[in-house]
Ligand binder design. Structure first.
Ligand SMILES: [Zn+2]
Length: 558
């Protein structure tokens, strides 16, 4: 249950299920910046300046970013080189090189820049970088990144006034010794800018939002989708909030809250309930206020603020607090729906067999703990072994990443039977058996699903094999998350005609498979992408936090 509202300055510790206000001088009205004209005209240096001159005044707005999702228990630390050239994202970019490097990219900053420019602003590019999810960031790497942003912001200030700052952040970064890296970064930049200059940030909703992030910025805008298909739109929304905040001339009143329970990654998918309804409620509550930024949390970060949190922004403290209180009550009422839903693999297969009888469409089993998008090697065989053991004839598994076995199948040819020691290269547990080669492919084909269309798969030599009693497996030479039906169609398998389809994916598969699925079951076969984070050895989370939603029995954390 929510605690009573307590002003931030009277709080002295970390809050549990807390709801409190961070008060600035509340604004009294709000208006949009229109090509340099300030419609609000009340208070604030920028507005007074514009009103006095009665001529368009160009806003000077600094932009930059820093992105990392830190998994405290990942085996590999994150070093500075990881931010220099991340696969599939723009490289570390600084100064004038930032704008061409980021323009048009799948990033929030790419969505923010055109909105700011259309408002007549002069962009002051600082630096931007992203590191792929991994272990804690080395302190030295974070210090270099923070120093670049601080130095570039200082340079911009030396050249003239800075009217605002937009940052494209992730929100779940930890370093070896700083548990809230974004909060620390914002504090440092706030000290450079001073208390008056507006700072608005966009976030990945996997952010573990902290009081410091809310306190040192003027607004947060997380993506609204998972799978994340709205990064640029989010950047544009954040840019409009920054312009709005500048035009208003005064900070919004803020209310920040943290939940007492965690949401597993698989339960955070916004395409399905309960999260679909949560996002609808968020949108409804936001209608009456300036913004309601909601972060689902990344439940693999071992620090006190790990978890679900949100911040409401409004013209008045009462309005911000009312929206936050309503949202908190709504979320608390749904806790049971966020219980970890992954079943032990034997139960998952038994349930799939039962559910597939007479079903109108395939039963999908998500092999979530070997999701290559979460760090899996896509070659664990626990689900395959269970499908075979329970006689799941007609079931198909997409896919096992094993170039050696794919090559052996190609050497044997279609129709051949051979002994395979399939997969298990990452954990030493291959599946041994006689396999019949049904179909071969070169792994090169266009993807067709909502997340893949426009991209081309390049999986190397592929094979469809069958183990008695009729369990089919797609074998590929490279790993790829199984989120597109085109992957199975490449080898002649039509997913909607299969009774059971096993997929190496946690959430992204839903975009293409949800429409044809009779049922979706999440299975916890042995693998590195732990579905239930409460089983990990956390030491620093808040006392009393329910790492398994709905687990009111409590679990000692020490
Ligand atoms: Zn994310």
């Amino acid at each position: 249950m929510p605690r009573p509202f307590v002003p931030r300055h009277r709080q002295s510790h970390v809050f549990q299920a807390c709801l409190f206000s961070i008060t600035g001088e509340p604004r009294t009205s709000r208006s949009a910046v229109k090509a340099g004209a300030c419609a609000g005209g009340r208070g604030g240096e920028t507005c007074r300046l514009i009103a006095r001159s009665a001529r368009p005044v160009t806003l000077r707005l600094a932009v930059g970013g820093f992105q990392h999702e830190t998994h405290s228990f990942a085996p590999r630390p994150t070093i500075f080189a990881d931010f220099e050239r991340p696969a599939g994202f723009p490289p570390l970019s600084r100064g004038v090189a930032l704008i061409p490097a980021l323009s048009g990219s799948q990033t929030a900053l790419a969505g923010a820049m055109p909105v700011l420019e259309e408002a007549g602003a002069t962009l002051l590019p600082l630096s931007w970088c992203l590191g792929m999810p991994a272990g804690p960031i080395e302190d030295s790497a974070f210090e270099r990144i923070a120093a670049m942003l601080a130095a570039d912001l200082s340079d911009a200030l030396r050249e003239g006034k800075v009217d605002g700052l937009y940052l494209d952040l992730h929100g779940a970064a930890l370093t070896d010794s700083i548990p809230d890296a974004e909060g620390e970064l914002l504090l440092r930049l706030r000290r450079i800018l001073g208390p008056e200059v507006p700072i608005v940030i966009s976030l990945d909703p996997h952010a573990n939002l902290t009081a410091a992030m809310v306190e040192y910025s003027d607004g947060i805008v997380p993506y609204l989708t998972y799978p994340h298909v709205d990064k640029r739109e989010t950047g544009a929304t954040a840019a409009r909030l920054l312009l709005d905040r500048i035009a208003g001339g005064k900070p919004y009143a803020k209310a920040f809250a943290q939940l007492d329970y965690w949401m597993t990654l698989s339960s955070q998918c916004t395409m399905v309930e309960p999260m679909k309804g949560v996002m609808a409620k968020r949108a409804e509550l936001e209608k009456g206020i300036a913004a309601l930024g909601f972060c689902f949390g990344f439940p693999y970060a071992d620090f006190a603020d790990c978890g679900v949190a949100f911040a409401a922004y409004a013209e008045t403290r009462e309005a911000a607090e009312a929206a936050a209180a309503q949202f908190l009550t709504f979320l608390n009422g749904l806790e049971e729906r966020f219980k970890p839903d992954a079943l032990p693999v034997a139960e998952a297969v038994a349930l799939a067999l039962e559910s597939s009888r007479g079903a109108n469409g395939p039963v999908i089993i998500a092999d979530t703990q070997d999701n290559p998008g979460g760090g899996g090697h896509e070659d664990t065989t626990g689900l395959l072994a269970e499908l075979v053991a329970q006689g799941a004839s007609g079931a198909v598994l997409c896919l096992i990443n094993d170039a050696e076995s794919a090559a052996a199948c190609h050497a044997a040819g279609e129709g051949a039977t051979l002994a395979l020691s399939l997969g298990g290269k990452s954990d030493g547990m291959p599946f041994e058996g006689e396999a019949r080669v049904l179909r071969l492919g070169n792994g090169s084909f266009p993807l067709t699903g909502p997340m893949g269309a426009g991209n081309h798969a390049n999986l190397g030599p592929c094979a469809l094999v069958e183990f008695a009693p009729g369990v089919k497996v797609m074998v590929a030479s490279r790993k790829t998350q199984a989120y597109d039906q085109a992957i199975l169609r490449h080898l002649g398998v039509e997913p909607k005609d299969c009774p059971i389809v096993g997929l190496k994916s946690s959430v992204h598969f839903r975009a293409d498979y949800e429409p044809i699925a009779a049922r979706i079951i999440v299975a916890a076969a042995p693998g590195p992408v732990i579905a239930d984070p409460s089983t990990l050895p956390f030491r620093h989370v808040r006392p009393g936090i329910r790492m398994r939603a709905g687990d009111f029995g409590g679990r000692a954390v020490g």
